[in-house]
Every structure is written in C-alpha cells, then in structure tokens.
Write a protein that binds this ligand. Sequence first.
Ligand code: FAD
Ligand code: NAP
Length: 454
Amino acid sequence: MSEAVQGKYLVAIVGAGPAGLFASKILALNGVHVVLLNRDILPGGLAEYGIYYDKLKMKEGLRRQFQQILDLAQIDYYGNITVGETADISLPELRALGFQAVMVTVGAQGTKWLGLPGEGLVGVYHAKDLVFHYNLLPPYSTREFHIGKRVALIGAGNVMLDIAHWLIRDLKVDEVISVVRRGPNEIKFTREELKYVVCNLDQQKFDAEMERARPIATEVGQDVDEAKDFILSTLPKGLEPVSSTRFYFDFLASPSRIVGNDQGHVNGLEVEDTTLVCEEGEVQARRLGTKRLLDVDTVIFCIGDKVDETFGLPVRRNAFVKNPNPRFPVDGISYEAYDPDLNLPIDRVFVAGWSREASSGLVGVARKDGENGARAVLDYLQAVPHLMNPGSVLDEFEKKLERLNKPIIQKSDLHKLAEVIAEKGEKSGQPGFKFPTNEEMLEAIGCVEPKPEV
Ligand SMILES: Cc1cc2nc3c(=O)[nH]c(=O)nc-3n(C[C@H](O)[C@H](O)[C@H](O)COP(=O)(O)OP(=O)(O)OC[C@H]3O[C@@H](n4cnc5c(N)ncnc54)[C@H](O)[C@@H]3O)c2cc1C
Ligand SMILES: NC(=O)c1ccc[n+]([C@@H]2O[C@H](COP(=O)([O-])OP(=O)(O)OC[C@H]3O[C@@H](n4cnc5c(N)ncnc54)[C@H](OP(=O)(O)O)[C@@H]3O)[C@@H](O)[C@H]2O)c1
C-alpha cells in the first residue's frame, strides 16, 4: 500500500453515503488517495437504509454505482468504524495522523427534539429510527417499537409519507393523521410517494379539513384548491388499498404536549391551533393559544433530523457550522468547517451532503454536494505540498485500527458479503434480503466465529 500512494495527496472521508461516495470518486479521479471510513458495515447510508425497502430496482442501481466507485484502486474502504468524540476514533485523532484533509459526510444522525412535555413516553418516536428499523439497519433492526392503532405523524414531507406507507400497507393500523403546522399549500411531499397511501384518504374528513383551512389560506393569498387538486390528482395512480386504515390531515396544528397514561404510554397528542401569517416573504405558522387533544396512542416526528452533536464539530441550525467567508467556495457554497467561538475555520476539515445541510434533498442532491465538496478539497490541496511519506500515515492509521480490536470491513469483505446476500436472497425468495445484525454479517464473511447454538 505504501508504494501505491507514494507522492500522492491523502484525504480521509468520514461517511460512505451518497455524498461521501461521490466525493471519493471525484478525489480519486484527480490523483488523491482516499481513505473512506463508515459507521455501517455496508456503504450507501440512507440510499441503503433510508429509501423505502421495496424500491428494489432503485436501490440495486445505486448499489451498482457505489460498487463501481469502491472498485477504484485509489479508494480504501473501512466499514464498521465510527468517528466521534467517544467513538472508535475521534476527529482530532484522524487529523493528527496526518491526512491532508478530512471530509465529513456523516449525514444527519442526531434527533431534533422539540422539548415538548411527554417526549419521553413509550410510543413517541422519530421517523429516522423507524426508517432504519424497517430497512434493517443494525441495531435499529432488532429494537422494539410500540406502535399502536392510532398514529399521529408530525410533518408533511416525503418521510412522513414513507412512514404512512409502512403503517398503512404493512402494519395496517386503524388511523394515520398527518399533523401539519402550516396549511395545505405548504405540504412538501411528492405525488410519487402519495400514490402508495392516497386511496386510504378519508375523503369526507379531507374535504372538511380543506374548508376549515380555506379562509385562513385565503387571507395570505393562497388557493387551497391548488393543494386539493394536487392531492386528489394522485388518486387515479393510487395503489389499491390493502388495509382499512383511515388516513387524513390535520392542518394548522402545532404539537404542544404528548399526554400519557399511568403506564407511561402515549394516549393523546395536544396540538395548538395556528393561523398563517406572511413574514419576510414566507408564509409562517403563528400559534393562537387554543388547544385540542387528538385521540392517538403513537406519535412519530417526521420533521427532519439534525447532525450528531457528539461528532466533534460545532453545530448550528441542525448542521455543522460552515466558514461564512469560504476560501474555496464552489458555486458560492462553503464546504469548510468552522469554529464560531474562535471565529476561525477548522483547518483541513470540510463538510458536505446532509452534514452540510441536514435533511435536504434527494440522493442526486447529496451526490452533487459531495462532488462539489470534493472540488473544494481539490482547490485546497493545490495550495499544499504532496505528502513526503503518505505510506507512513496509512501505516499509523492501520495500527490505530488494529488497536481497536474489532472487525473492520474492507473492500474484499464487501464483495464477499454482497455474494452471500445475493445467494441468501435467491435461496429464500427474498430479493431485498438483508442480515438484520452486524454479527450475522460478520459471521457470513468469516470475520467472527459463529455463536454456538444453545
Ligand atoms: C426516509 C428517507 C427516505 C428517502 N428516500 C429517498 C428516495 O426514495 N429517493 C431519493 O433520491 N432520496 C431519498 N432520500 C434522501 C437520500 O437518502 C439522501 O439525500 C442521501 O442519502 C443523503 O446522503 P449523505 O451521504 O449526505 O448522508 P447519508 O445517506 O445519511 O450517509 C451518511 C453515512 O455516514 C455514515 N456515518 C454516520 N455517522 C458516522 C460516524 N460518526 N462515523 C463514521 N461514519 C458515519 C453512515 O454509516 C452513512 O453511511 C430519503 C431520505 C430519507 C430520510
Ligand atoms: N421517496 C423520496 O423521494 C423521499 C423519501 C423521503 C425523504 N425524501 C427527501 O428527504 C428530505 C427530507 O425529508 P423530510 O420529510 O424529512 O423533510 P421535509 O420535506 O423538510 O419535511 C419536514 C416536515 O416537517 C415539518 N416540521 C419541521 N419542523 C417542525 C416543527 N418544529 N413542528 C412541526 N412540524 C415541523 C415541516 O413543516 P414546515 O414546512 O412548516 O417547516 C415539514 O412539513 C427531503 O428532501 C425529501 O424529499 C425523499
């Protein structure tokens, strides 16, 4: 390995989701040797563990693209390694090893708590955890979730619809209510995702809700019929219902408290009525002080995520802080990590993808952001000399990994794992087959001994 990297630039990328993978490709094709570290055993991030599990064709297409990237000789992959203040390796340790730049593309792994009373009750969840659960990401895959029969989903984005899809078509709960703090004209989901659940829409409730919102929306110059048409125009393409779940919207409602029973389980969601106001050219929700109780036993927040605050970079507005005056902007965007307390850029550290802007956009957007982040890194590298001895940095890095005394997944392991997964899927007739635990993945490729049967 030492010889292969002689005279090269050496960059560590943390996080092998779409942003990190496509960033790796750009760097590798420009003469940089990339060390790609990933918390999960499998690469892909939310493309593997976020995109709805039955979108097999899309997932397979992305896996193929990711594999092609990882097959580049200039990229080393190290899976099952978490970077963080109290994790396998910290960001300062990584920098101290001598990588010329570190690019952080770890997505948005933190949780946006609203600080509402009752958030700790059994039956209150955040969408990401459930998405990871049904997509079989360890350890969420085997975690227990108490989903009742009447579920409030906070938010009106595509994640809300993915969760509604699961609740309506898989779990077949009685009721799913999308609780939306603004009005019908502020929904953020797409028709493509609505088609899975639109035929479960309770049309009477829907019409009544639209009429309730109409005067408020009209006051701010909106026409609720546009939103109504948008939603109802999906009906002809809607999938045949497989459950009698009633799906409806509760607009102009902001969650204020989650009510629990004696056993500490959810048995209601209190919402505060809102109205719409125009502020700085945007339609905003303003709370009215009047409150209502929704009869639900489960509350799921689908309001986007924030970055992990224990990663080791300053956080502001749900994402890592960027240098406001970037030295290497790309399309006017800053990819440089920044310390707002010291008012200084964090030397050699770059951020991209959902780590730069949390919960924003599709895989294509993360790809472009990763690629542009890589271009910022390349601009930066122009100003620094080649490493005299990159091989020794890699040797030190590998020694550090050895001391962790845990199985680390490399590219040859990924190939083996892909083969076993494909074989298992074929044999069991499950095309989307996945191992639900790290132990099973590691056993399958001979990284750990199988547990003796009891
Ligand atoms: C529920 C859901 C469904 C979606 N469905 C679609 C869809 O159908 N189509 C579409 O185009 N887009 C979809 N998206 C959006 C898409 O998945 C994202 O735009 C994209 O994955 C973001 O890429 P990223 O690389 O920035 O982050 P992520 O995909 O989150 O990747 C982050 C990577 O970093 C790793 N990591 C995290 N923390 C650490 C750490 N501390 N140390 C080391 N590694 C770490 C993780 O293992 C992961 O591999 C969906 C998103 C969600 C939430
Ligand atoms: N199949 C797909 O293509 C797919 C699937 C899933 C996700 N994605 C993509 O992934 C990204 C993230 O999706 P997302 O659904 O998490 O985010 P999103 O589209 O931004 O939707 C978040 C929703 O939560 C609401 N919300 C935020 N903070 C709130 C609060 N404090 N109280 C009440 N409501 C609050 C928002 O309302 P306001 O509008 O009022 O802020 C909005 O309705 C999007 O780009 C999405 O398109 C794509």
